[in-house]
Design a protein around this ligand. Structure first.
Ligand code: NAP
Length: 309
């Protein structure tokens, strides 16, 4: 491998265009070597419609970054690892926990890096929140995670299909932040999931969790909330109150806004991926996805009106 990681971007949709392509272009550690997508194209690089075609072409590529929906990601990642590529996964890292466990084993066996990304963990307020909470006793956590599916995921039918996660597609971002900033373990104790008639993924949910077996953690998730989105986490601790807003981007402690020095979520992800590849390591924290799986295992289900994009 040369100095720059030759990267293929797979699944040229909304997040690939909005975030991955600009972050890759701005990072001197990467060279965009190819794009893989059935319909999408990236100008200026070789384009392929399938990962197998990329591999068969013999084009020199060191790593792939997958931006496809979670269902089907395992097949692509497994083929890439088998061909000796390092693999970076958009969140959630797969459609099932087992398939991600298998990728971890495969990556270890192949001596390649596997990076399950959680972009929200790189929001400007998240590191400061974790540092402040590290020596606090948590009393209570209240979360509101409301956004409009039609604005943030226009026409993405896959997101309300089985394996698309529905409201947990944004909700898992919240869980990725919580599991990164709370000092103790988090356990799901109850859930209520609301499915639109005829859909296999929930459009709203409420979660009851417990932090360190002492503090209630209550989350209200709504994927059908019009108007200004709200991605807020309020944490009452023994020595103060923390407010994390805008999905981790802004932090207040006892009413005073704190200034973070983050470089941006996706630039931070690519910087971390380069570090992992250089160190020969993987980073695959499955706690956020395990909590989502627990909600599907334990949650009471109700139906609501049909949903159309
Ligand atoms: P998207 O706009 O639907 O793009 C996904 C792309 O994957 C599609 O354009 C499609 O390109 C390809 N694809 C391959 N198999 C597919 C299938 N069976 N169904 C649909 N598309 C398929 O989705 P996205 O919003 O970019 O989300 C992709 C991943 O990024 C998800 O895991 C999501 O959670 C994550 N993410 C999204 C956002 C966001 O704001 N949208 C933010 C952070 C993370 P071809 O048809 O050309 O193959």
């Amino acid at each position: 491998m040369g100095e720059r990681i030759r990267l293929a971007l797979v699944g040229i949709g909304k997040i690939a265009r909005d975030q991955h392509l600009p972050a890759i272009a701005a990072d001197a550690g990467f060279e965009l070597a190819a794009a893989v997508s059935r319909n999408g194209r990236v100008e200026g690089v070789p384009n392929f419609t399938d990962i197998a075609a990329l591999i068969e072409s013999g084009l020199p590529v060191d790593a792939v970054s997958l931006c496809t929906p979670p269902v089907g990601r395992h097949r692509i990642a497994a083929q890439a690892l088998a061909a000796g590529k390092h693999v970076m996964l958009e969140k959630p890292p797969g459609a099932t926990l087992t398939e991600v466990h298998q990728l971890q084993v495969q990556a270890r066996g192949a001596g390649r890096s596997l990076f399950a990304t959680w972009h929200s963990r790189h929001g400007a307020g998240v590191a400061g929140a974790a540092a402040w909470l590290a020596d606090k006793q948590i009393r209570r956590v209240d979360i509101v995670w409301h956004e409009d599916i039609r604005v943030w995921h226009p026409g993405q039918e896959w997101i309300l299909a089985a394996g698309g996660l529905g409201v947990f597609d944004p909700g898992i971002n919240m869980l990725s932040i919580l599991t990164a900033i709370l000092p103790g373990p988090l356990r799901l104790a109850g859930a209520r999931l609301i499915f639109p008639t005829g859909r296999d993924a929930p459009i709203a949910a409420s979660l009851e969790m417990i932090h360190d077996e002492t503090a209630p953690v209550i989350a209200d998730l709504d994927f059908h909330a019009t108007g200004t989105p709200r991605w807020d986490i309020v944490i009452e601790a023994d020595r103060g109150t923390l407010l994390l807003k805008d999905g981790g981007a802004r932090l207040w402690i006892d009413g005073a806004e704190q200034v973070g020095d983050a470089i941006g979520e996706y630039p931070a992800l690519y910087r971390r991926f380069a570090q992992l590849v250089a160190a020969g390591e993987s980073d695959c924290d499955l706690r956020p996805m395990t909590l989502v799986a627990d909600a599907f295992l334990l949650g009471e289900r109700t139906e609501t009106d049909p949903f159309a994009f």
